[in-house]
Ligand binder design. Sequence first.
Ligand code: NAP
Length: 237
Amino acid sequence: MSSTTALVTGANKGIGFEIAAGLGARGWSVGVGARDEARREAAVEKLRAAGVDAFGVPLDVTDDASVTAAAALLEQRGGLDVLVNNAGITGGMPQDPTTIDLDTVRTVLETNVFGVIRTTNAMLPLLRRSASPRIVNMSSSVGSLARQQADQAGPVGVAYAPSKTYLNAVTYQYVRELEGTNILINLGCPGFVATDLNGHRGHRTPEQGAAIAIRLATLPDEGPTGGYFDDAGAIPW
Ligand code: NAP
């Protein structure tokens, strides 16, 4: 029996799959949160073949009933120590503010922001019972207003990048409310990673992109909380 259980949302492919693999390689039990049954089970099988104690968690982060059922499943399995909110979408490009279809913004926020709040709140009762709970929210450096002002944060876009800025702000409110608890909450930025999200234009591998989330998921009890990090260190907000 593994002593630590993690849930990774959007773990059927890309960076999330590699986060699950990396946490599993540490001997953790890893819930593969994914909405499509066939893709979820294929990922679980692949992880198990690599020796990971993986199990499938049916999960659509935009759906209340799905998230509630996922929390019940984890409860049934004995609880949850680490939540990695990795699932994310871009909503497609371009996203110029003057021509955007508002439905695109709504759809992106529903997954990248509201999905994180929904999932986190459903899992918090379980995390509160863990000896060393961790929450990792997968952000992006494109969400950094400081980097946008320095023209270092990708193309103009009014859905995806602001969704990560919003996620950063939301994460910080969790940090404030949960101050004084043992829950460490941090934001990770994977760099520009070749995945379906960007048509595989990224220059990093999903394994490299997963490294920061794995580091934040495995922080020691005296580790930081309320940080926004990539592999090189703290990112300006
Ligand atoms: P990806 O390969 O497109 O994977 C995204 C994952 O999220 C998939 O498993 C997808 O599941 C899942 N997902 C989307 N909507 C969901 C929902 N409503 N419920 C549950 N799962 C859902 O993208 P990625 O590049 O690995 O991205 C992972 C995270 O890193 C995202 O938060 C992204 O914003 C962030 N990030 C990526 C990059 C990059 O360069 N790739 C850079 C910065 C930040 P399906 O297969 O069912 O669609």
